[in-house]
Design a protein around this ligand. Structure first.
Ligand SMILES: [Zn+2]
Length: 96
């Protein structure tokens, strides 16, 4: 059997294999070959893209919610000023 050694070895995933790697794929934690395998599976499968679309939206929503909870430093400084606290550089509250 002759294989083209110049082409990257892209495994072929079925639906089960693809969905199993869903989170790693979305986190970009897979090897390039696995990413390519999932991309090509998604391109020709009509079931899996639905899973991925949902999880992708979920991750985006989590990310958006997380950024909204980050108090900007300016706000934090204003709260400190209002409370009459000096802006302290170390904030590691030593335990007595
Ligand atoms: Zn599939």
């Amino acid at each position: 059997m002759i294989t083209d050694i110049l082409a990257p070895v892209v495994p072929v995933f079925d639906c089960k294999e693809t969905v199993r790697r869903l989170w790693d794929y979305l986190d970009r934690e897979l090897a390039p070959a696995d990413m390519a395998a999932i991309d090509s599976h998604l391109a020709q499968c009509d079931k899996c893209p639905q899973h991925f679309a949902f999880e992708r939206q979920f991750l985006a929503a989590v990310k958006a919610a997380r950024s909204q909870h980050t108090a900007p430093d300016a706000l934090r400084a204003r709260v400190r000023a209002t409370l009459g606290l000096a802006p302290s550089k170390k904030d590691d509250g030593a335990h007595g």
